[in-house]
Design a protein around this ligand. Sequence first.
Ligand code: PLP
Length: 401
Amino acid sequence: MDPDFQPDVEALTRALSLMHEGPTAAHPKALPTALPEKGVSSRQAMEWLAPHVFNSAAYLDSELAAAHMDPPTPWITWATTQWNARLNQNLLHPATAPTARPLEHQVVSWLAPYFGMTGGHMTPGSTLANLTALWAARDCAGVTEVVASDMAHLSIAKAAKILGLTLRQIPTDTMGAMAEDALPSDLTRSALVLTAGTTSTGTVDPLALSGLAAWTHIDAAWAGPLRLTRMSSRLDGLEKADSVAVSAHKWFFQPKESALIFFKDVSKAHEAISSGGAYLAAPNIGVLGSHGAMAVPLLATLMAWGREGLAARIEKCIHVAEIIANHVSQDDRLELLAWPVTGVVNWRPKDPRLFDGWYQSLPQGMVSTTTLRGEKWFRNVIANPSANASAITDAIKAVHL
Ligand SMILES: *Cc1c(COP(=O)(O)O)cnc(C)c1O
């Protein structure tokens, strides 16, 4: 047997301690400029690569990490991701994934009811979940156009383009929510896409519009997991949709790439997006061919925390966002865009000339920027339950320009 395919427990233990150490003082030794003709052994490759991977990484669990929708991940996902790498199950084939397929089914069936859906499947991100949903919309409901707000995620425009559907963009109000009165009156050939937590401002579109079109898809990539919390009612209306996309690598704290697409009528939707093939024992559902057991870390996380443990972490993020918003609204130098509904806080200095100076003075990884109606805003996204509200507000207070 080739030893490189056998568990080298000592080396794997060393891999864990490298991960635990994180950044080291060791200066990374330059990588080969071209594919090496001869390898250096797995152990040496690991030691060589580690400082390149860890030394200048962004640590998403840092108390100041509050800039993007990328969460830190719990250790149970690190462990189970190793198991996945070791087994390398392919969910395309029941024969190579005799346990991974039922485990995905299990986690989907736990989560679907929170969104008023009957089932679905996992995808590597909501970009693909949105594409999958609009594919089902086209082939189940015969839609010819996608209607979405001008704040909808880029993936909606991409999906429309790929599927040959016209994209009709609806303007948004000052908070970034779809302006209902700008909707076309005839939606009988439309897939209406409503966003539950826009990427720029975390705004929730009027979800009560669900059900008005031939197909309603809710892009809940960011805020979907709120359904499992005390803030569930902030997404009321979503349960009337035909499909819902949720990124698990955002507020379900999963390693990338992990997301879910749920359908109201899963049998009909899955049938519309299934393909057979000579070598396939089971129909291939959705966009992906080979895909791995991303359900395993999600299932493990939900078993470890239960709904309550998950909700507590998301609610903590919401709380941090509220403390930041409160601080900003009381700081004479600053302006808050709106009270945060889904953990995204947008703010800026009242004097727009100071924007760049502020950006440079704030700790790296604490804010990102976004442009709304041609004006720049800072954006805090609290995807990190270890984000420390006082450390963040102290960093804001410490800026003197
Ligand atoms: C992040 C996001 C997406 C895209 O999801 P990925 O998982 O990054 O592919 C789509 N829609 C919204 C609202 C998002 O926030």
